[in-house]
Design a protein around this ligand. Structure first.
Ligand code: ADP
Ligand code: MG
Length: 686
């Protein structure tokens, strides 16, 4: 049970003053559902604003405070377009105050035509007009408040403003309890870190490196400790030793010899399966490295041993694709394979459930539906999880109860992550790496093209489609507000549609799942020829006829992300091309990144380089350190502090594996605070 001392932090955000039903959605969107989430909603940066007489005195990109008088309100022309308020400064310069989504209501109220207002925000340019997007403050009097020297800037969502968030943070900080110190005393003294509550307060007040660092360390320590508790529990559990006689595997008629890396991985898995302790292994291999056949061999071992295996996919589309591939490959073995997704209803579903219960189905492929309460297995001995990071350890633990004994787990991921991050993501798992590609893979012809040549690129797509092939068009997520990105993607989609008509479909993060699935399906079936998407293109979606990818503003992506995206093409026998469109202002690291993309297709190398080049903060996703399980720790902090946290956790486990001593008790509080309490729950059960 969660220690009582944490209760004030886990109270709902709605208990703070000024939070009504209207704020619920924007708060949820930022993950700020409880007081502790608000306290940990650390500023993205701090601004220092300069008051200016008029816009001539300011430069683009600068944070300013200026007096403006609204002259005209322009409503959005399309549903998602922005709402603009045109305003004049003291000498008649015009500036647009731009609002997306519901923020336009605020604009209507705050900026009556003809009345002077002080506006604080970042001056930008939109086409040939000056603009300030979502001003941070609008006030009637010049107010010293606006010229405050240093003000935190928080991530927002539609419906929230900086002052609102600041007021919630202030209330949350006032509720911080005093928590016992969980950091090892020697470490704590050496690092000169502030105590937990002080660290949080400091982190909201200015750029206090030691405070930020301590908070990051806490999170890393919690994560390491929880993963170690899972592993320790795993060692205590009894699974079942699986020994296949090779009969089924011998019947496979693969059209290719296995690569060395595949053989090695299979041998490692076979070794684990023969043990009684349940396997906990990660199979890491770039897109196209051939993970599926490794998974199949593993599952056949389970079936040879008279047991069942399950493969869990992150989406229905992927589950279906896996099912078809596996069924075709395993056909000569006579093994019974079924597909089970949330969509199956009625009699079809009943018959699969029967088959799983009586053991006539050997292998089931599906989404998380395969682990619902109502699904019972005769003897589930191996679970393969594709793209594990979407499931997480907690779900894995729920699987533990499914077999008569704890099943073996093989997690597969196509994200080649650097070694340091592997530790953070997968902690104590054993790792097999497919670091060798099957022979005969065609290199993807990767080119960097200036954005000004857009028209040529569109012509090239026209020829490509006319030749019967398909293409992706990736629009980036780069702006402060997601709706702006969606608007940009929709504008691009509209333009391409004008040219190519029904052959174009659009997919983005705010589409309803049914619409998204329908668009993806049209593309997968080859009905649609061009898929315009924000970065949400499904991991692993396999459309071999898609042989061209265009990525807009490629310099704004990280290498790992570009690599993931590019992996969508080059899947068939045809030669594939990737066009990286770059903007005008290319930074040094931007240039370096694009050059590396041209140079190599080795995912592991790109992942390491990515980590090296990131940290400048100019990249997408660096804010939340994207592909890590952390909210507080940045990539740089992970690299520097994770080894320390890992060793510290290790030491604590050795001294007090049950977390019962004084520090152990404090560590329990830490685990609950960071919601790694699945670790603690294992302690009580075991
Ligand atoms: P992953 O899941 O790792 O992205 P897949 O398992 O889908 O990769 O394999 C990609 C393609 O490579 C498939 O068409 C598969 O049949 C083929 N393949 C797998 N292993 C080999 C191999 N050893 N030699 C040649 N082709 C292979
Ligand atoms: Mg795959």
């Amino acid at each position: 049970m969660r220690p009582d001392i944490l209760n004030p932090l886990f109270a709902e955000t709605a208990t703070l003053d000024g939070v009504g039903p209207k704020l619920q959605k924007p708060l949820d969107k930022l993950g700020l559902s409880r007081v502790k989430d608000v306290a940990y909603h650390l500023p993205e940066r701090f601004v220092t604003r300069r008051p200016v007489e008029n816009l001539d005195a300011a430069s683009e990109g600068e944070q300013i405070v200026v007096a403006l008088t609204p002259t005209e309100h322009r409503a959005a022309r399309s549903g998602r377009g922005p709402y603009r308020v045109l305003a004049q400064d003291a000498v008649g310069n015009v500036c647009a105050l731009t609002y997306f989504g519901r923020a336009s209501y605020t604009a209507k109220k705050q900026l009556p035509v003809g009345e002077k207002r002080w506006v604080a925000g970042r001056l930008d340019r939109y086409g040939d007009m000056l603009q300030i997007v979502h001003p941070d403050h609008v006030s009637e009097d010049g107010g010293n408040a606006l010229c405050q020297l240093c003000e935190p800037v928080y991530a927002l969502s539609e419906g929230l403003t900086q002052p609102k968030v600041a007021s919630l943070v202030e209330q949350a900080l006032a509720r911080l309890p005093e928590l016992p110190e969980w950091i090892e005393p020697g470490q704590f003294a050496r690092q000169k870190w502030p105590a937990w509550a002080d660290a949080l307060k400091l982190a909201h007040n200015g750029e206090h490196a030691a405070a930020r660092e301590r908070l990051a360390y806490d999170e890393l320590l919690a994560n390491s400790l929880a993963l170690m508790l899972v592993r320790a529990d795993n060692r205590r559990r009894r699974g079942q030793s699986l020994q296949g006689d090779g009969a089924l595997r011998a019947r496979l008629q693969l059209p290719f010899p296995l690569t060395g890396a595949q053989k090695r991985s299979i041998a490692e898995i076979e070794g684990d399966l023969a043990q009684e302790a349940p396997m906990l292994r990660l199979l890491q291999g770039d897109v196209g490295a051939g993970k599926t056949v490794v998974a199949l061999e593993a599952m056949l071992i389970a079936v040879e041993a008279g047991r069942q295996a399950a493969l869990l996919a992150p989406t229905e589309i992927l589950a279906r694709q896996h099912f078809e591939t596996l069924r075709a490959m395993a056909q000569p073995t006579g093994v019974e394979i079924a597909l089970l997704t949330g969509r199956d209803k009625g009699r079809a579903r009943e018959s699969i459930l029967m088959g799983l219960m009586d053991g006539s189905i050997d292998i089931v492929v599906g989404t998380h539906a395969i682990f619902q309460e109502s699904v019972a297995y005769r003897d589930l001995a191996l679970v393969v999880i594709d793209e594990q990071h979407r499931f997480g350890v907690a779900q894995r633990l729920q699987l533990a109860g499914k077999g008569r004994r704890t099943p073996h787990t093989l997690a597969m991921t196509a994200t080649p992550i650097p070694r340091t991050l592997t530790l953070a993501q997968y902690g104590e798992m054993d790792v097999s790496r497919l670091d060798e590609m099957p022979p005969g893979r065609q290199a993807i012809d990767t080119r960097v093209v200036a954005q000004e040549r857009l028209a040529d690129v569109i012509d090239a797509i026209g020829r490509h489609i006319a030749g019967g092939q398909q293409a992706y068009w990736v629009c980036p997520m780069v702006r402060e507000h997601e709706s702006e990105d969606i608007a940009a993607a929709e504008a691009r989609y509209a333009a391409l549609r004008e040219r190519f008509g029904d052959a174009v479909v659009l997919v983005h993060g705010q589409l309803k799942p049914e619409l998204k699935d329908a668009a993806m399906e049209r593309f997968a079936r080859g009905v649609a020829k061009l898929l315009v998407a924000t970065t949400v293109i499904e991991v692993g979606v396999d459309v071999p006829a898609a042989t061209l990818m265009v990525i807009e503003q490629a310099e704004r992506f990280g290498l790992a992300q570009l690599h993931q995206l590019r992996g969508r093409v080059g899947r068939g026998s045809e030669k594939s091309t990737c066009l990286l469109l770059r903007g005008e202002a290319l930074s040094e690291t931007g240039r370096e990144r694009l050059a590396l993309m041209r140079e190599t297709q080795d995912g592991f190398r790109l992942a390491e380089e990515d980590l090296r080049l990131r940290g400048g903060g100019e990249l997408l996703g660096t804010r939340q350190s994207g592909d890590t399980p952390f909210r507080v720790a940045t990539l740089e902090q992970i690299q520097r502090l994770l080894p320390l946290a890992h060793d510290d956790a290790h030491l604590l486990m050795e001294r007090d594996g049950g977390l019962e001593g004084e520090r152990g008790t404090a560590a329990r509080v830490l685990l609950y605070l960071f919601e790694r309490d699945w670790g603690v729950q294992l302690l009580r059960g075991g």
